[in-house]
Design a binder for this molecule. Structure first.
Ligand code: ZN
Length: 198
């Protein structure tokens, strides 16, 4: 059987600064105080996933028209319209979290719950924090040829080892060809997709 093609699922740049956890204050880029309780006292990282799951405070998002965009944290946000297109098409294993912002239209952060096992040897880990257990940075180049990507038409997933920058984790979203085709047919704006699977 022919293998399903996958794409690296990214967003186009927008002119706006969009952030979930941080805000600008006097020219500084600061973490919102409501997340201070989730900060590691040693390495300074904070638990992004926990904060998203417990409900977000006001976000610094400015988008009003685009269907899909990335935040400073590397998270993908989708419009209400795109959320219902994905749900109606039956794209499963996605969590949606409302990202409240007075300046933006209604957007949702998407986090795939399906994580594909990757080869740990393709990753570089630096400085593990002995308090929270996270690494200062994690950089991976897992081969898509080694990944068992879902063989169903409509799927969005991530590798099971997320990358980390010193500023926090970020996901490499992957989407099947039919998801990309669906978004094209629906004239979804803000999508950038690069083929990763032969
Ligand atoms: Zn730590």
């Amino acid at each position: 059987m022919k293998k399903i093609k996958y794409y690296s699922f990214c967003t186009k740049d927008t002119r706006n600064f969009n952030s979930i956890f941080y805000h600008h204050n006097d020219g500084k880029f600061l973490l919102r105080e409501c997340y201070f309780d989730l900060l590691c006292k040693k390495c300074g990282k904070f638990d992004e996933i926990k904060s998203i799951k417990r409900g977000l405070a006001e976000c610094d998002i400015h988008e009003k028209k685009v269907d899909m965009f990335g935040t400073e944290e590397g998270l993908i946000c989708v419009s209400k319209r795109l959320k219902s297109i994905l749900e109606n098409a039956g794209v499963k294993h996605l969590d949606y979290y409302f990202a409240p912002s007075a300046r933006a239209a209604e957007y949702f952060i998407i986090i795939p719950t399906r994580a594909i096992p990757v080869n740990k040897q393709c990753y570089q880990f630096t400085k593990k924090c002995n308090i929270c257990g996270r690494y200062e940075s994690v950089n991976g180049w897992p081969s898509s040829l080694e990944m068992e990507l879902p063989q169903e038409p409509l799927a969005i997933c991530i590798p099971d080892i997320p990358n980390e920058k010193p500023s926090g984790l970020y996901f490499d979203y992957m989407a099947s060809e039919d998801v990309i085709k669906l978004l094209k047919a629906e004239k979804i704006t803000g999508v950038q997709a690069v083929r990763i699977y032969p």
